[in-house]
Write a protein that binds this ligand. Structure first.
Ligand SMILES: [Zn+2]
Length: 300
């Protein structure tokens, strides 16, 4: 399995900023220390080019990010101050998704230890998302005729409004999002299938709903699945508002990956959100996802 990393590109955040930048390095280290991912399976994410990014985003927006000329309001909506490092990091997030997705086509499964930046829209970014990694990749794959149909399974606790903004009008992309009804984003952009969950939703109810919808998504016969496996539905998450346990999250991942593997559909895993305090609980949950990958796909 190939797993792409970009944690060597960091963003300097102001003191007290709530975004847990260090989690990216911590997850990579934890995966290797625990023997879940081997050092020789890790690859540095390449940087996505402007021509990739404008498949999903307006040229105005991409150039605004590249040159640091977005308006103050636009920059504030993203949630990170502009720096040249932010541009590089954001390009690596998308580059990692692209590279991992080519690997998934070949190997059946792959991961990017970043991304799932599903709030980035065609002409704007928000919610810590600059460029939309999955949307760029899917549009690149269509352009290169690598796939005819795509599916996004987005189980991050926040709705993927950017995915829907960019890809929502297409009948060759199935977007499935299960998320907290009362959580950010407060203006949700409709996906193909949206499931709004009440605050405090627990394992049993969550998994029951997932079991119901998963076959409907896969019956659309996507050539590849992009799985946004954010672990912010975890009970310990400070932004999540749901109450899933570690075992509940593992069962969630097992259901998705087993169903894809059984049908022979390649899957690419995008890291998504996780904001537990302490952050170690998020790392533990993300390791759980990759343990399930090993359980289903073996050591190949
Ligand atoms: Zn999230």
């Amino acid at each position: 399995m190939k797993v792409f990393t970009s944690d060597h590109y960091t963003i300097d955040l102001p003191e007290g900023h709530r975004f847990p930048m260090r989690k990216y390095r911590m997850i990579r280290e934890a995966l290797v220390e625990r023997g879940i991912v081997h050092g020789n399976e890790l690859f540095e994410a390449p940087l996505a080019e402007r021509e990739d990014l404008i498949l999903a985003h307006s040229e105005r927006y991409v150039d605004g990010v590249f040159t640091g000329t977005l308006s103050a309001l636009e920059q504030r909506r993203i949630g990170f101050p502009w720096t040249p490092e932010l541009v590089t990091r954001s390009r690596a997030t998308v580059g990692g998704c692209l590279a991992a997705s080519y690997a998934a086509l070949q190997d059946g499964v792959s991961g990017n230890l970043a991304g799932g930046t599903h709030h980035a829209m065609h002409d704007s970014g928000e919610g810590y998302c600059v460029f939309n990694d999955i949307a760029v990749t899917i549009l690149r794959f269509f352009q290169e005729s690598r796939i005819q149909r795509a599916a996004i399974i987005d189980l991050d606790v926040h709705q993927g409004n950017g995915n829907s903004d960019i890809l929502g009008g297409r009948d060759d992309v199935t977007i499935f999002s299960m998320h907290g009804a009362k959580n950010y984003p407060f203006r949700k952009v409709p996906s193909t299938i949206d499931v709004d969950l009440p605050d405090g939703t627990r394992d049993e109810e969550y998994l029951q709903i997932l079991r119901t919808y998963l076959p409907r998504v896969l019956d659309e016969q996507p050539d590849m699945v992009w799985y946004q496996c954010g672990v912010d539905p975890l009970e310990a998450d400070t932004l999540g508002r749901l109450s899933l346990s570690y075992e509940g999250l593992r069962e969630r991942d097992r259901l998705v990956l087993h169903a894809c593997s059984k049908r022979g559909i390649p899957v690419m895993l995008a890291l998504g959100g996780g904001y537990a305090d302490p952050i170690e609980q998020t790392i533990l949950a993300q390791c759980g996802t990759y343990e399930v990958v090993r359980e289903i796909y073996g050591q190949s």
